[in-house]
Design a protein around this ligand. Structure first.
Ligand code: NAI
Length: 259
């Protein structure tokens, strides 16, 4: 059958940079984009984690390169982005995914440090990666930025104020840059994952996960990293060119559930 629609739902041949790609949602996103034919720049803190994901992609017949990258290291961010562009010939997609979460009651002794590192890694670093990528995104005919926020970007959980403040900031940053870059055809969207089974939630015992998910989500279970990656991919399709400034919960219905 010939096609009646015009816009492409393929990211084949596109170059996608994923931060925090050695674990959890970043890894699932790297896998999915590689499965869809993109060249994936896998970046994370440790060489071993980065190499493992690159190996997984290459073993499956996909295309990937690996870089160690601490998103809090401004100078390294610029260098890695240049190397990615040298390796793959451009950059079309940026997925700001790297993250940490700290237990941080407002009166704790380590609060100032928890605040500083949370804002740095979760929010400031996203601006840094976008700034480094922007000259290259401007050369793409389907430039896409996806920032990973959280349901903590809408509501709040106690003892997590640095994380919550940073994630609220990610939503504001996304809206602001969507407005700023829209005329250039660069879309900027964000995803708010709910409770997802990743490294970040690994220490929560399974029975607590189940109780929480049954009580708080409509779907009634924790989400899997790949379920979030598909939301991210949808924002990155060439066909998604009129979607910008959107805040998409991928949370099993947590945000809409009253009872
Ligand atoms: P994860 O812990 O499995 O993966 C996070 C990755 O980020 C790790 O590989 C880690 O090494 C990397 N990372 C940490 N600091 C970094 C830095 N300075 N530079 C570069 N990489 C760094 O966790 P998960 O859950 O996959 O996290 C991905 C994103 O999703 C984060 O932004 C997190 O805040 C967000 N999120 C997670 C939720 C969950 O339930 N797991 C819910 C809502 C949002």
């Amino acid at each position: 059958m010939s096609r009646l629609s015009q816009l492409s739902r393929s990211v084949e041949g596109r170059v996608a940079l994923v931060t925090g790609a050695a674990s959890g949602m970043g890894r699932a996103t790297a896998h999915l984009f590689a499965d869809e034919g993109a060249h994936v720049a896998v970046t994370d803190l440790e060489r071993s984690g980065v190499d493992a994901v690159v190996d997984e992609i290459e073993a499956a017949g996909g295309s990937a390169g690996g870089w160690t990258l601490d998103v809090a290291d401004a100078e390294r961010v610029g260098r890695v982005v240049s190397e990615i562009v040298d390796r793959f010939g451009g950059l079309d997609i940026v997925i700001n995914n790297a993250g940490i979460s700290r237990f941080a009651p407002i009166d704790s002794e380590t609060y100032e440090d928890d605040w500083a590192i949370s804002l740095e890694v979760l929010l400031t670093a996203q601006t840094r990666v976008i700034r480094a990528a922007l000259p290259h995104l401007r050369r793409s005919d389907a430039a896409r930025i996806v920032n990973i926020a959280s349901t903590e970007g809408w509501g709040a959980t106690k003892f997590a104020s640095p994380y919550t403040a940073a994630k609220h900031g990610v939503i504001g940053l996304t809206k602001s840059l969507a407005v700023e870059l829209g005329r250039e055809g660069i879309t900027v969207n964000c995803i708010c994952p709910g409770p997802i089974r990743t490294g970040m939630t690994a220490e929560i015992p399974d029975e607590h996960k189940e109780i929480f998910a049954k009580r708080r989500t409509a779907i009634g279970r924790y989400g899997e990293p790949e379920e979030v990656a598909h939301g991210t991919l949808n924002f990155c399709l060439p066909a998604s060119r009129y979607m910008t400034g959107a805040v998409l919960p991928v949370d099993g219905g947590l945000l809409i559930k009253n009872a």
